[in-house]
Design a protein around this ligand. Structure first.
Ligand SMILES: [Zn+2]
Length: 96
């Protein structure tokens, strides 16, 4: 009986590393790339779909509204933090 072919090692090589590379890439569509991050009242774009909204507590007991969006074009998930007292809050990418 002839021995079978060796398993295809290339295809199985280190799946963890592959996954990390994918996470690093985070390819944003053109509209998402254009969003100004961490700037209060910066506009989003038309393909963002609201997923959820929650309240989050910040230093000093302030409560801010955090809204999660998902981009219909590229699948990126965004959060918009509405903090009246902090100009440098706004859009940030949270994953996909
Ligand atoms: Zn996008």
């Amino acid at each position: 009986m002839a021995p079978g072919r060796p398993a295809n090692m290339a295809a199985m090589a280190n799946p963890n590393q592959q996954r990390q590379d994918e996470l690093k890439k985070m390819v944003l569509c053109a509209s998402c790339t254009g969003i100004q991050r961490n700037w209060r009242r910066a506009p989003g774009h038309a393909e963002l779909v609201q997923v959820s909204s929650r309240k989050a507590e910040r230093e000093g007991g302030r409560t801010v509204n955090v809204t999660t969006y998902r981009c219909d074009a590229c699948g990126t998930r965004w959060e918009y933090e509405n903090d009246k007292t902090d100009q440098q809050r706004g859009w940030s990418v949270v994953g996909r």
